[in-house]
Each structure stands twice: as structure tokens, then as C-alpha cells.
Design a protein around this ligand. Structure first.
Ligand code: AMP
Length: 280
């Protein structure tokens, strides 16, 4: 495995591979990240991963400061997972003085996470476009846990004619249902104990739809009610939306996405599940 810290060094190393799978990450790797790498490994002759905590997608300086990091641990995991190339640049390498261009993806980036975290998806789109330019992957692997991120990246790739195939991978969860996240490490024991309620609220919406519920507002209310009983959970939003545009729905007559965001202490968590109405 080769670890490259500069754009020029990565581009040089990349020339050895015709077809390359790529998993971009912010590090502090868990089995969710490693599932992207494993899928990339299975579908491509060579695999790259990136480790970069992107400052421009954090609105909150404290959140950026507290974001967990473990470069030696991450490199050991990537090596065991059979990664060929790791791109681990500094913030200075990615954003040298004078860097000014930002990619705005439009309406899809302004709802949900975009509404709660202004500028977040411009930061994500810009760094993903830069990583695609540097890494030049054949296929890039993203987790459905960040469903809006997948939708934003897909929109950008279509709009900018970027020559990369986007592959969305299933969310990996702890046995109690909590979606794996680097942020989970910052939960208090009490916070960790209540956190699976987020997944249970989404399961409740999913089960209701499977049983015939169609009214989106009733589904949102059911998720809110499921979480109202947990005093440690401060809900940010619940959503029942079109899976591609993320526009809120009135009725669930076709596949949709239930998603939510909440704070547990000072840790902000997001999760989602697909809603699949039975066709009559
Ligand atoms: P992050 O390091 O949080 O930016 O995540 C890097 C990639 O890993 C993104 O595509 C995430 O959607 C994906 N990812 C994070 N957590 C999970 C998970 N629990 N299951 C699957 N993919 C995940």
C-alpha cells in the first residue's frame, strides 16, 4: 500500500492503474467505511481510499476541532483491507492560500442537512470534485447512511459530466441498530444507550408503509412521537421525501426515503431508511 500526501505524488502513483475503485472518507475508520473498501476491492482491480477531514464542510469550528482522528489506526485498517493507494493530504495541500472556487449543487443541497448546516454541501461537493480530479476513479463508493450526500454527488456528476460511476452501499449498523459513525465515539454511555431509538423510529415508519400507510405527515408524526419519549434526544428534523430530489412528500405512493437528524448531548447523528410501498 502506498500512502501519498500531495496531489502530484498521488497522480504519479495513480498512473500504474487503468481501473481504480475509490472510497473517500474523513478517517477514524469503522466497519461502515471498510464495507465501501471491500465492495470497491470486489469490483475493481485496484483500490484507493482518501483520509481527509475536510474543513470546508464543517460550519461549526468546535465540531471540526472535536472530529476524531487516528491516522496510524486508519492506515493499518486500509492495509489489511487490501487498499493499493491512500491519499492523505493536509488541509494546506487541498486548500492552498487563494483557493476560492466552490461548487453549489442547487435545491437538493438546500433541504434537510443543507438547511441545518448551511454551506455543508458546497464544502462536500467541492472536496469530492477535487478528489475525483486528483484520484480519477473509475468507480466511487459512498454510504447510503449519508443518503443526501449520495444524491448531491450524483447530481454533481451528471451536471458536470464527471467520468465516474457512483456506487451507493448499504448502511452498516451495530447489532442494536445504531448506524456506525465516527461520531458515535463521542457519545456518553447514557447517550449511546438511547441512540438506537433513532433507527427504531425509522423502522416504525418503514413498517407503517409496509402495512399500507401512505400519508407522509402521519409517518413524520409517528417518528416524532417515537422519539419524544427520549429526553436525551433533541430532534433536529424528520423527513419523508422523494429519494432523488429529497423534496418532502404528501403521500408515499412510490419508493421514498425516511430520514432524521438529532442531537444527543453535543453529538449530532443522522440516519435514514428506504420506504417501499407495496404495489397493489
Ligand atoms: P465519513 O468518513 O463520515 O465522511 O464517511 C465516508 C464514507 O463512509 C461516506 O460515503 C459515508 O456515507 C460512508 N459511511 C459512513 N458510515 C457508514 C455506515 N455506517 N455504513 C455505510 N457507509 C458508511
Amino acid at each position: 500500500m502506498r500512502v501519498l500526501e500531495t496531489v502530484a505524488a498521488f497522480r504519479e502513483a495513480r498512473r500504474a492503474h487503468a481501473v481504480l475503485g475509490f472510497a473517500p472518507t474523513m478517517g477514524f475508520l469503522h466497519d461502515g467505511h471498510l464495507s465501501l473498501v471491500a465492495r470497491a476491492r470486489a469490483e475493481n482491480p485496484a483500490v484507493a481510499a482518501s483520509l481527509f477531514v475536510n474543513p470546508t464542510q464543517f460550519g461549526d469550528a468546535r465540531d471540526l476541532l472535536l472530529y476524531p482522528r487516528d491516522l496510524p489506526g486508519d492506515l493499518a485498517k486500509l492495509e489489511r483491507a487490501g487498499v493499493d493507494l491512500v491519499f492523505a493530504p493536509s488541509a494546506q495541500e487541498m486548500y492552498p492560500p487563494g483557493a476560492a472556487t466552490r461548487i453549489e449543487v442547487g435545491a437538493i443541497a438546500e433541504v434537510l442537512e443543507g438547511a441545518s448546516r448551511p454551506g455543508h454541501f458546497a464544502g462536500v461537493a467541492t472536496v469530492v470534485a477535487k478528489l475525483f480530479s486528483i484520484v480519477a476513479p473509475t468507480r466511487a463508493y459512498f454510504g447510503r447512511k449519508d443518503a443526501q450526500q449520495v444524491a448531491v454527488v450524483r447530481r454533481m456528476v451528471v451536471d458536470l459530466d464527471l467520468p465516474v460511476e457512483i456506487v451507493a452501499c448499504e448502511t452498516v449498523r451495530d447489532p442494536d441498530g445504531l448506524a456506525l459513525s465516527s461520531r458515535n465515539a463521542r457519545l456518553s454511555p447514557a447517550g449511546r444507550a438511547v441512540a438506537p431509538a433513532l433507527h427504531r423510529a425509522l423502522l416504525r415508519a418503514q413498517a407503517a408503509v409496509a402495512a399500507g400507510a401512505r400519508d407522509a405527515e402521519e409517518l413524520r408524526a409517528a417518528m416524532r412521537e417515537a422519539l419524544a419519549a427520549e429526553p436525551l434526544i433533541a430532534l433536529d428534523y424528520v423527513s419523508v421525501a422523494d429519494p432523488d430530489t429529497l423534496a418532502e412528500l404528501d403521500r408515499v405512493d412510490a419508493p421514498a426515503l425516511a430520514s432524521l437528524a438529532a442531537r444527543i448531548g453535543d453529538v449530532r447523528l443522522i440516519d435514514n431508511l428506504p420506504l417501499t410501498p407495496k404495489t397493489p
